[in-house]
Design a protein around this ligand. Structure first.
Ligand SMILES: Nc1ncnc2c1ncn2[C@@H]1O[C@H](COP(=O)(O)OP(=O)(O)O)[C@@H](O)[C@H]1O
Ligand SMILES: [Mg+2]
Length: 271
């Protein structure tokens, strides 16, 4: 594996019944960078993420976490790896009956932390990080969709993971709330050095945050490169995907104003 890759999949194959979902995916996820995996709905993005935390096992191929091959690890050993990987699920998956505090504390307790003062300290710290320090005692149903997403984001980073996987982090959010999430993903990446793997069909977000974009189509990677390289592609399938999801005007808007992406950072508290 390349020295810069924090995670890697090699020739990953997965089929369900007669449906070949992943047909040989090889991909490096560089350390400290944001890799965005794009693709149409149903193309296998969530399946790919589930392989990265051992929630699914490949039919063939390899999954690497640093220098550890994890696709054949027994469940017990996978636990050690999972502690270092945060996962933001597509549906925020908060516990409805637990307070925000206990939702975020959950992974800490699950991994054996018992010191209540330390737990409180860590919970408050990540909740402040996502700008929701005043919601500790609320329950998820009292929060907006965007706030719930941010609580889930706080929970995904509370164990100070090396890698965070984001499954459709902005889907269903309006542009302003999407941008808040984008800025948080960038902040986690830049200030905490987290390696980020984001799967989405939201091209606007992808262009905002990606170091590298990857386009998955019919179980294979058909395009990989910087956001700028994606704009220049002449690959007919990629062009179709990009046109279908995002007009040229919007692309120009995203890339035309370099300061634009920083517009909402002021609303978040400093680290
Ligand atoms: N556990 C499963 N059993 C059977 N089929 C599955 C399972 N998980 C996903 N699939 C199928 O794999 C394909 C890709 O799913 P998914 O990765 O969820 O797509 P998306 O790119 O929208 O995240 C879909 O056709 C889906 O029905
Ligand atoms: Mg999905």
């Amino acid at each position: 594996m390349s020295a810069q890759a924090d995670m890697r999949v090699v020739n990953l194959r997965k089929r369900f019944g007669r449906r070949d979902v992943l047909r040989g995916v090889t991909l490096d996820f560089p350390k400290g960078e944001i890799t965005v995996v794009l693709g149409a709905s149903g193309c296998g993005k969530s399946v790919l993420l589930k392989h990265l935390v051992g929630l699914m096992r490949p039919d063939r191929g390899e999954v690497w976490f640093g220098s550890t091959r994890i696709d054949r690890l027994p469940e017990r050993e996978l636990g050690i790896v999972r502690r270092q990987i945060g996962f933001l699920f597509q549906q925020s998956a908060l516990f409805d009956s637990l307070s925000v505090r206990e939702n975020i504390a959950f992974p800490l307790r699950e991994h054996g932390m018992e010191d209540e003062r330390l737990i409180e300290e860590k919970v408050v710290r990540v909740l402040n990080l996502v700008g929701l320090g005043d919601t500790l005692d609320q329950i998820p149903s009292e929060l907006s969709g965007g706030q719930r997403k941010r609580v889930a984001l706080a929970r995904a980073v509370v164990l100070e993971p090396r890698v965070v996987l984001y499954d459709e982090p902005t889907t269903g959010l309006d542009p302003i709330r999407s941008e808040i999430i984008n800025q948080l993903i960038l902040k986690f990446s830049q200030t905490l050095g987290i390696t980020s793997i984001v799967v989405t069909h939201d091209l606007i977000s992808a262009h905002r945050i990606a170091n590298t974009m990857v386009l998955l189509h019919e179980g294979k990677i058909i395009l990989q490169g910087t956001p700028e390289a994606f704009q220049l592609t002449t690959d007919p399938i990629a062009v179709q995907f990009l046109r279908g999801e995002l007009g040229a005007d919007e692309l120009a808007r995203i890339h035309g104003n370099a300061d634009d992406g920083q517009a909402t950072t002021g609303v978040h508290p400093p680290l």
